[in-house]
Write a protein that binds this ligand. Structure first.
Ligand code: SF4
Length: 465
């Protein structure tokens, strides 16, 4: 978009010391950001200007008209976990009173509720539970597919796969072969795609302090590469705003871009998969060990460790303060991700952590997708986040931001374009009810399902803010 001042100059391109010709080429996708320029951009370009650049890039990739969302349900099948991530308030040891592992019947009940409101996929992840055999996962996937063959199963994460290899000791020579064995077993049972959970921050100096007992960056990226080789699409994530610096965020994006290049070059010709989306969100501090660290004071003359050089773990202050990211930091980081990740199709807004209205603004800072309605969320909410939305509210947020809402599937194919009077938000007659504790399922026809479903009393437990 062109943003002229009174003289007709495009201020967004002229004012920040970047060569206008180079910037034009960047926004057209003809040249790439390098880490040094990205870092300079983050630190020097005004927030609004950076947003305009990301928006322009987003519009050139996705057009001006449609922005998407998906209806899925987060299902956390177990909270028992061998890792001890310092940002996590969700995990439990196996012998704690509130440790749990869901049965297939529990999960089927949750999926029936999802299908009843038009949902198309589940996002199923857990802690890394050493007591569950491979057959638990195979039976779970097969049971889900038998009951709900049309529901897309977006499940597990790279750290879970690394632990599967450790727990099950599968046959194969080396990590990639062992991973491929587990993948093939789970794909045969019904796994459709792999979410990007556990990405956090890749820089070793940060990761070793926050992801205790969890996959290294190299392992995380290797799991994704194996998934891509086997034809599976995945997503990449980043959790920031804790002890990492801005250079660590850029380094993280750079690794995603590099490994995506490799996957596309090596596997695309043979039907391989790739990262379809990148989603980043700020660390939520409540109830977490990491959250108890003192907060960095922006007025402090010392730069935040890792702001200038990735892997900047040599500072004596490194890892002793947190910088909790607010809305401007979030929007700036997301905008930069749109500009940096020229080989990733979708950037997702993180309204779950930032709130619906910042999520809406994020659609003008490079995001093309609003993610999912939130029927249930256990991991981030354990650390204090409680935002949940119905489909109608999500559509209204997208429409009020100036776009046409469209429901998508996991591959970003459009399922329903909401341009008519039957749109979920246009069927709402009383918006005050959208803040009730129940998900509104009135006025929506569930799509044809493989089995008859009944909305159980369990739906009363689904919190909607
Ligand atoms: S974030 Fe995930 S891997 Fe880390 S402790 Fe929590 S449940 Fe375990």
């Amino acid at each position: 978009m062109f943003h002229p001042d009174s003289t007709g100059r495009d201020l967004t391109r002229d004012a920040c010391g970047f060569d206008p010709g180079w910037l034009g080429a960047l926004l057209a996708g003809e040249v790439r950001l390098d880490p040094r320029a990205a870092l300079r951009m983050y630190h020097t370009v005004p927030l609004f200007t950076l947003g305009c650049w990301a928006d322009e890039r987003c519009r050139s990739l996705h057009g001006d008209r449609v922005r998407t969302y998906v209806i899925d349900r987060n299902i956390n099948y177990t909270n028992v976990c061998t890792a001890r991530c310092t940002f996590c308030a969700f995990r439990r040891d196996g012998d704690e009173d509130d440790a749990y592992t869901l049965s297939l019947d529990d999960i089927k009940e949750k999926i029936a509720e999802l299908v009843a409101i038009g949902g198309t996929q589940i996002l199923m992840q857990g802690g890394m539970n050493p007591h569950l055999p491979l057959s638990y996962y195979e039976d779970l996937l097969a049971g889900i597919k038998a009951a709900f063959p049309r529901v897309h199963v977006h499940a597990f994460s790279p750290p879970e796969f690394i632990e599967f290899v450790r727990f099950f000791d599968p046959p194969g020579d080396g990590l990639e072969a062992k991973l491929a064995y587990v993948f093939e077993r789970l794909m045969k049972a019904g796994l459709d795609s792999l979410p990007g959970g556990g990405g956090e921050i890749f820089a070793h100096s940060v990761r070793r302090r926050i992801g205790l007992g969890k996959a290294t960056a190299e392992e995380w990226l290797t799991v994704m590469r194996v998934a891509h080789r086997l034809g599976m699409n995945t997503s990449a994530t980043m959790m920031f705003g804790h002890i990492e610096g801005v250079a660590d965020r850029v380094h993280h994006m750079d690794l995603v871009r590099q490994w995506q290049d490799r996957s596309i070059a090596d596997f695309a010709r043979d039907g391989g998969g790739r990262y379809k989306a990148f989603i980043s969100w700020p660390f939520q501090r409540e109830n977490t060990p990491l959250g108890r660290l003192p907060e960095w004071d922006a007025a402090d003359e010392q730069a935040f460790p890792g702001d200038v050089v990735a892997e900047g773990g040599e500072s004596e202050r490194f890892g002793k303060v947190v910088r909790v990211a607010g809305a401007t930091d979030y929007l700036r980081t997301q905008a930069l991700s749109r500009l940096y990740l020229d080989n990733v199709y979708s950037i997702g807004a993180s309204w779950v952590t930032m709130g619906p209205h910042i999520g809406q603004v994020a659609l003008h800072f490079g995001a093309s997708d609003m993610g999912s309605v939130m029927m249930e969320e256990n991991v981030v909410s354990a650390a204090g986040t409680t935002y949940c939305l119905t489909e109608a509210v999500l559509c209204r947020l997208i429409r009020n931001a100036g776009f046409l809402p469209a429901q998508r599937d996991n591959s970003y194919n459009l399922l329903r374009l909401h341009d008519g009077p039957e749109a979920p938000d246009r069927l709402v007659t009383d918006w005050s009810r959208q803040r009730a504790r129940k998900l509104a399922i009135e006025g929506r026809q569930a799509p044809p399902a493989a089995v008859e479903v009944t909305v159980s009393a369990g739906i009363d437990r689904l919190a909607v803010q």
